[in-house]
Design a protein around this ligand. Structure first.
Ligand SMILES: [Zn+2]
Length: 273
């Protein structure tokens, strides 16, 4: 649905890179968004970001191929959501523009997977999606970033691709509420309160979903496309209204890194290596 040429065109509007050394800043989500780095998507592969973004071998995002689930070399597995214990309370949060991604932060919650507990720090959005499923992109993607309760350098992310609600599928109320005020945070550093976000409802969706799981990386250079990220990307998609998708794209522009693998080949190559 999104050609590389279109994404490159969109990227012309992307903001320019400003280096920032604060490790973990974008992982945690913070109130001082005006100090957050601005990431350039002018090179959508992220190779120009340098470091592991350029040389890593387990980089994200990837094109998730159903046919490669269980393939040892691909490192791709499937996990039923019923194996994850979500504790996501309904709560009022802050929506904050980190430039170019919009975060919902100052939130609490946790998930337990494979006997490890991870604390929910923030969730944020990408337009269009970063992961692809069977070579198909989505209009948007949401990432729920959790950090290992015993080691905050070890993230586990729950993600889902988001599509336009088309009549058969209705907009997800949690995504709608989370992004309702996105137009109120047009610039980096802008922040405002959300209405109550019904995260418990969304946790039910994920608990009944099934996930592609793999070990990958952060998808931004903050910090350094770090690897060791436990990815859980839902096979089922979420849906949003046209207004929500339009408004989110208007504020975030193109903020999706290009997939780092070549479909049906090694799933964990660096960008275009
Ligand atoms: Zn993300």
């Amino acid at each position: 649905m999104f050609s590389k040429a279109l994404i490159a065109l969109l990227a012309i509007g992307a903001q320019q890179a400003v280096a920032h050394p604060a490790f973990g800043h974008d992982l945690e989500g913070r109130s001082d968004a005006h100090h957050a780095p601005v990431i350039s998507y002018a090179d959508e592969t992220g190779q120009s970001w340098g470091g592991l973004c350029k040389t890593g071998k387990r980089q994200s995002p990837i094109d998730l191929h159903t046919s490669l689930i269980g393939d040892k070399d691909a490192g791709l597995a499937e996990l039923a959501g019923s194996n994850i214990k979500f504790s996501w309370p309904n709560q009022i949060a802050n929506i904050s523009n980190h430039g170019p991604a919009v975060y919902v932060e100052d939130i609490s919650g946790s998930m337990t997977v494979a006997s490890k507990k991870y604390n929910l720090k923030q969730f944020h959005f990408h337009t269009p999606s970063e992961h692809w499923i069977d070579s198909k992109t989505g209009a948007m993607e949401v990432h729920f970033v959790h950090l290992d309760e015993n080691d905050a350098t070890k993230p586990a992310v729950v993600g889902a691709l988001i599509e336009l609600a088309d009549g058969k599928n209705t907009p997800n109320p949690v995504i709608e509420t989370a992004l309702k005020k996105v137009l109120s945070v047009p610039d980096q550093g802008n922040k405002t309160k959300t209405d109550e976000v019904q995260l418990t409802e969304l946790a039910k969706f994920f608990a009944s979903a099934s996930f592609f799981t793999y070990d990958g990386s952060l998808t931004t250079p903050t910090p350094d496309c770090s690897e060791g990220v436990k990815w859980h990307v839902a096979k089922q998609r979420l849906y949003a209204s046209k207004a929500t998708l339009d408004n989110a794209a208007k504020i975030m522009k193109m903020n999706a890194r290009w997939v780092t693998n070549q479909p049906s080949k090694d799933m964990h190559r660096g960008p275009y290596n």
